[in-house]
Design a protein around this ligand. Structure first.
Ligand code: FAD
Length: 502
């Protein structure tokens, strides 16, 4: 067998699987990329209803700035010139139902001025936080695909900031928020799915916003996915949608291909799983390749919650409203038996003309819940109540916005409500998680091993091996996987522009 004939089967065409397929083709491997859904993208998706497109995934893409971190790596998997980025003045706006407002600006100097204006009593803490954000702007990211020389450089660059990184990574956003006295500042840090994340993750996201390296691409997540799929097509990669991988075939403790639902088998020299982390280990591989360290991840790490999304198309120009608005509620809303939300976050897509024609606006509201079991059970056992519950929540979400933007209800033309059951159906992610593992004080920023003990010629990529998830986790872990495979196959790793010696 020569390396030119080697083939890689890749399970799952989310961003991670697509990036892995592009790198694999660039390195000269044959590729079969297999996706269970009818379209690629996984969580990075949007859907059309009538005149409107409803985005679910993308708020911002790290690497949007041609001079910033990660941009060159995105260039390796797609033509970034195809993407047009928008930079919001405000990262998010928090409002109470009594007109109290906190504008969280993307620019760190504006953010500091606004926080000091709103909460002078918190001046010391505010200045400490914004100083930390400024320190992080120039720091490189831990990159699992970096070789030891690059890692050495990263460590050297990080050295002066180690005390700051250690201090912030040990604190959850929620506990950090408790240092502030202003209620909206406390809430900015301490509510929502990111509250249990290490505050370091939040500080990094603000640093990237401030650097204009985390823009929103017009066309949303599918613009990015489309650009990567286009590169894969140009390279002759084979993407097969609507095919479910049922098991990863193993012979003599080495992966030798995959078996699809219906029985068809695809033989390959390597298998990459870019599918859900739990199902890969415990279903596709029957739990045969685990040990205490693999299992401890599922015991110790906390996953991002799942979510409902209420999306509605409004026949009205909402361009004077903030793009991302969080409303702190007077009375919490019950989402399911275990979940009550004290605030609702709306994304008002007036900045993306692909979401609606001029004069109309797509609006989405994201409602986190960890109670995925309630929604999957309801959908399968009591469809009428499932639909009634969706309608109840949709009505509550609209009622809150009607109080903020009077008359909006009358202008709503389309309503669409998805639940954790929808997320599981379309992506098969464990517990319907929106983003894999949270970065917490316990996990730190480090990646989880991509291989499994005792199994050869198999490697994992994507959000389940890089705490924090996000599209960059797919890119970076895919690059790292192909470097490992190239090393094993004794071929040079190639990115788009040059050959790297192993
Ligand atoms: C509401 C929301 C907001 C977000 N905001 C951002 C943001 O602003 N910026 C950012 O960078 N990230 C964001 N994310 C996170 C980001 O979308 C995900 O972390 C990322 O898309 C995960 O990519 P992945 O390829 O690792 O996994 P997935 O997208 O889950 O892809 C896995 C793929 O495998 C397929 N699959 C699963 N099992 C099988 C099987 N047996 N056979 C065949 N195929 C299979 C699935 O259908 C899916 O397509 C957000 C996510 C959500 C939900």
């Amino acid at each position: 067998m020569t390396w030119e004939t080697q083939k890689i089967a890749i399970v799952g065409a989310g961003v991670a699987g697509l990036c892995a397929a592009v790198y694999a083709r660039t390195c000269g491997f044959d590729v079969d990329l297999i996706e269970q859904h009818e379209t690629p993208g996984g969580l990075a998706t949007r859907w059309r209803r009538g005149d409107y497109a409803f985005e679910t995934c993308l708020h911002w893409l790290l690497g949007s700035n041609p001079d910033g971190r990660l941009h060159d790596m995105w260039d390796e998997v797609c033509d970034t010139d195809l993407l047009q980025f928008v930079y919001h003045e405000e990262f998010v706006r928090l409002e109470t139902e009594h007109s109290e407002v906190l504008r969280v600006f993307a620019d760190v100097d504006c953010l500091e001025r606004e926080f000091l204006r709103v909460a002078p009593e918190d001046a010391v803490e505010i200045r400490q936080f914004t100083a930390a954000v400024r320190h992080l702007t120039d720091l490189p990211l831990p990159d699992p695909s970096a070789d030891w020389i690059e890692r050495g450089w990263t460590m050297l660059r990080m050295l002066p900031e180690i005390p700051l990184l250690a201090r912030l990574s040990r604190l959850s956003a929620e506990s950090y928020g408790a240092r502030f006295t202003h209620p909206l500042l406390r809430r900015f840090f301490g509510e929502g799915p990111s509250a249990r994340m290490s505050v370091l993750a939040l500080a990094f996201s603000l640093a990237w916003q401030s650097q204009h390296n985390a823009g929103y691409p017009i066309g949303g997540s599918q613009a990015v996915i489309g650009a990567i799929a286009q590169r894969l097509g140009d390279l002759g990669g084979h993407l097969r949608c609507g095919a479910v991988v049922e098991r990863i075939l193993v012979e003599n403790d080495a992966a030798v291909g995959v078996q699809l639902a219906g029985g068809e088998t695809i033989r390959s020299d390597w298998v990459i799983s870019a599918a859900d982390g739990h199902a890969t280990i415990y279903q596709l591989l029957d739990g045969r390749y685990t040990d205490a360290s693999v299992e401890s991840v599922f015991d110790r790490y906390e996953s991002f919650p799942s979510y409902l999304q209420v999306s509605f198309g409004v026949a009205r120009d909402l361009s004077t409203e903030p793009g991302y608005l969080t409303i702190v509620l007077d009375a919490p809303i019950a989402i399911d038996p275990e979940t009550r939300l004290e605030q609702l976050s709306y994304r008002i897509f007036h900045y993306d003309p692909t979401c609606a024609i001029a004069g109309k606006t797509a609006v989405t509201c994201f409602l986190p819940t960890a109670n995925f079991g309630h929604w999957t059970a309801l959908r399968s056992t009591d469809p009428a109540r499932y639909h009634a519950e969706k309608a109840r929540i949709g009505e509550a979400v609209i009622a809150v916005l009607e109080r903020r933007i009077p008359g909006i209800r009358r202008a709503i033309e389309v309503i669409d409500i998805s639940t954790p059951a929808t997320v599981i159906r379309y992506t098969r992610n464990w517990k319907g998680s929106m983003q894999g593992w949270l970065i917490t004080p316990e996990t730190g920023l480090g990646a989880i091993p991509a291989t499994l003990p005792g199994l050869d010629r198999f490697i994992r990529v994507g959000q389940w091996i890089q705490p924090g998830g996000g599209l960059p986790s797919g890119l970076m872990t895919a690059r790292a996987a192909l470097k490992t495979i190239c090393r094993g196959a004794h071929v040079p790793f190639r990115n788009r522009t040059h050959t790297l010696e192993m």
